[in-house]
Design a protein around this ligand. Sequence first.
Ligand code: 4AD
Ligand code: MG
Length: 477
Amino acid sequence: IRSILSRPDGGAALAGQRIRVLGWVKTGREQGKGKFAFLEVNDGSCPANLQVIVDSGKAKLGSLVATGTSVKVEGLLVAPPVGTKQRIELLVEEVLHVGPVDLAQYPIPKTMLSLKFLRDFIHLRPRTNRISAIIRIRDALAFATHSFFHENEFRLIHTPIITTSDCEGAGEMFQVTTMVGEAEKLQKGEVGVAAKPGIPQKDGKIDYAADFFGRQAFLTVSGQLQLETCACAVCDVYTFGPSFRAEHSHTSRHLAEFWMVEPEIVDADIQDAMNWAEAYVKYMSQWLIDKCHDDMELMDDKGCIDRLRMVASTPFERISYTEAVKILEEAVKGGKKFDNKVEWGIDLASEHERFLTENKFQKPVIVYNYPKGTKAFYMRLNDDSKTVAAMDVLVPKVGELIGGSQREERYEVIKERIMEMGLPLKPYEWYLDLRRFGTVKHSGFGLGFERMLLFATGIDNIRDVIPFPRFPGKADL
Ligand code: 4AD
Ligand code: MG
């Protein structure tokens, strides 16, 4: 349907062609005393519907008109009567399939439904205009991502989902365990063959279910550490995959399972990382303006296309963390109230981030050189010994879109940092090897893919920009 209706002539020149269409009825009505059915059919390729006309000799019209009915039909494209909105419609010659719907039971009627309501129908919501548009925008951004990195000679690396490393060192990991066999026996209190000691929990108890074939393993929080091994061998690389965080956040910006795009660039410092991050966000914004205009127009936020234009054409603001804190302190002096206190050393809260992007600069802001205490062990220590070469890209409406840094490439310094942060050295020995043997300056960042979607579409809740959201209490389907 897209290939017909997206033509500059709206498909008019295709009159006379015979085509087959498979799609779902958005709205249908019988007309001419039951002689014809007029169906608005959508096949998910674009937001627009094709008008399909079936006469009563071809099918039982009553079974076709219900919203949600699937139809496969063959017929001739014809010019509609003058004065109608469409430039082309389909006159059906043969009905090849009908999947009927009992409207009394169908939970997705044709009226406008709230995104919140639709979250209870994850399996049917892709049939609605907005969710299908989001699905296409998401797909476009994924393609734009691969296009951007490949144009710039990055290699895609498939980093693992199951890992023993906690990249962020925040302990927000889901453990992997087996359902059958040994773990089950251990859980029941039976002595299993692999009666491993398990790992002591905070309360000192042993969790015997923490079992990946007798070892402790987790779902990845980030592919960065593994990505670094490849960057230190084949140069610029990126990964694009699911990340898992066991943080108990019930916010509209957090998911337990989200997708992250992570490039890792060699011979790059923190400035280079900022340049790459800005170029990538601009590239995606321009891509949506060029290719997804019709879908973007379906978003409730009518300002989203203008916002993308602004992002694509305006240089991002860049300020150090210290400058950011000064700006916030001045705002407090001027009467601005924040829930979280402002002083040098704090981790910026999302209200602070939004103040910087929405009130102060009204555009994306990159904050760099954070206090080392607020950031992960692998970030390069600056000469002041107080800050690290970290950078976050903050955007209006969302707050943190990207987190990145220059990596600590000096063996002695990173070893020291790991110990200083109270992390065990042993699991990071392989990571230290990258610094022990042939170390090189390198930097990278992670972009939260759903956060980019929130920013691009203006949708309020992150649960609506991923087809199957996972958050505390929800992992259905
Ligand atoms: O800032 P984060 O934790 O950085 C890292 O994981 C680095 N290892 C990335 C790197 O340097 N390769 O996460 C990166 C981004 C955040 O800026 C945010 O956009 C997103 O991932 N993010 C989440 N998105 C949705 N739900 C969550 N729970 C998220 N946690 C982080
Ligand atoms: Mg971060």
